[in-house]
Design a protein around this ligand. Structure first.
Ligand SMILES: NC(=O)c1ccc[n+]([C@@H]2O[C@H](COP(=O)([O-])OP(=O)(O)OC[C@H]3O[C@@H](n4cnc5c(N)ncnc54)[C@H](OP(=O)(O)O)[C@@H]3O)[C@@H](O)[C@H]2O)c1
Length: 332
């Protein structure tokens, strides 16, 4: 493929624009593995990057997209051969390296994960960074001692990509799940994924005391801000909060009381630079014991490169559910 299409973001005098362009391989940032992309996916971070609403990209122009799955077309890295099915999530893709919203993607071999047996390229991108991050959160919580008998785990931003996978995976692991959402009309969807209870974020009493009634065994939080603060004050002793996102704010305004009187933990989750050994192990789990049970339900739409620009605003204004998969050359 001498010319190929890619969704590239430009910056001029502080203004961000993005468009579908025809590129040649030499337009892409260097790498030793070239792949023909079959699928990517749209994450909250992609929406921030492509609209300029968040400072995600560290160089311009840059092809957007933090996820990609496809087939190796050329490799100077001996670990990969043409025809191999592979995936890349995070690692700087779509941030300081040309990303996955492109028919051709070129990356360093150290970022490449062989597609695990049992997952298709489509399924890998339906999971993408969102599902990988939910799996990383559960893995780290369990390493910190979290167990189902500690009580229900609250998932915030439950109808989003990370939230949907968190509900699905926690439920499959035997945790009672409380889904917190700002969209009460998605209650049936969240119950289908495995939530026992669905709470409306807009009617939540966040309280003000350093310690409120201890209610939750643990939490996976994609919102940050006032909701994360509330979680620290309402967690039962020895519970763990996986702190993942900031869709609701960046501040955390708590005290030391939940930590020293209830022994709670807040674990920071960062998927983009997850070490490769752990990354491969988690992708293996996502294809086996942590395989999502409701992948088809979680994928709310499949879009093409031409349709991409319409997706970002919906994510940022919270008019979106589950995952958007980008079909580039795949035939799901
Ligand atoms: N740490 C990491 O490695 C990592 C990895 C992936 C994602 N993240 C972060 O996790 C968060 C969720 O990512 P995602 O890809 O799952 O996003 P997403 O699909 O857009 O989901 C975000 C969800 O957050 C809720 N929300 C609450 N207030 C919102 C607001 N003001 N604007 C938009 N959504 C709002 C909505 O769910 P309800 O209506 O159900 O409340 C929404 O569906 C983001 O902050 C993202 O940057 C972090």
């Amino acid at each position: 493929m001498s010319r190929f299409r890619a969704y590239r973001v430009h910056e001029r005098k502080g203004a961000i624009t993005a468009r579908l362009e025809n590129l040649a391989i030499d337009d892409l940032t260097p790498g030793d593995v070239t792949l023909r992309a079959h699928y990517s996916s749209v994450n909250y971070k992609d929406a921030l990057a492509a609209t300029g609403k968040g400072r995600i990209m560290r160089r311009f122009p840059l092809v957007a997209g933090i996820d990609v799955a496809g087939v190796v077309s050329a490799s100077s890295d001996t670990r990969f051969r043409p025809g191999d099915e592979v995936l890349v999530t995070g690692c700087g893709l779509g941030e300081d390296h040309d990303g996955g919203f492109s028919e051709v993607v070129r990356v360093p071999g150290d970022w490449v994960v062989p597609l695990p047996d049992g997952l298709s390229l489509f399924e890998a991108m339906a999971i993408g960074t969102a599902g990988f991050t939910a799996a990383l959160a559960i893995d780290r919580m369990e390493q910190n001692g979290q167990q189902p008998d500690q009580g229900a785990v609250v998932v915030t931003g439950a109808s989003g990509g990370v939230g949907s996978f968190a509900v699905d995976l926690l439920s499959a692991c035997g945790y009672p799940v409380v889904a917190l959402t700002g969209k009460p009309d998605v209650a049936d969807y969240l119950k289908e994924l495995g939530a026992g209870t669905v709470l409306d974020r807009r009617t939540l009493d966040l309280g003000e005391r350093p310690l409120e009634k201890a209610q939750w065994g643990g939490a996976i939080d994609t919102l940050g801000g006032a909701v994360l603060t509330w979680l620290t004050r309402t967690l039962r002793p020895w519970g763990t909060i996986a702190c993942i996102g900031m869709a609701g704010g960046t501040e955390l305004n708590t005290t030391v009381m939940p930590f020293i009187l209830r022994g709670i933990s807040v674990l920071g989750i960062t998927s983009a630079d997850c070490p490769m050994k752990r990354r491969r192990r988690l992708w293996q789990r996502l294809a086996s014991d942590l395989r999502p049970q409701h992948l088809r339900e979680i994928v709310s739409e499949i879009v093409t490169l031409e349709e991409l620009s319409g997706v970002f605003e919906r994510l940022l204004v919270d008019r979106h559910r589950g995952r958007t998969v980008l079909r580039i050359a795949g035939n799901d």
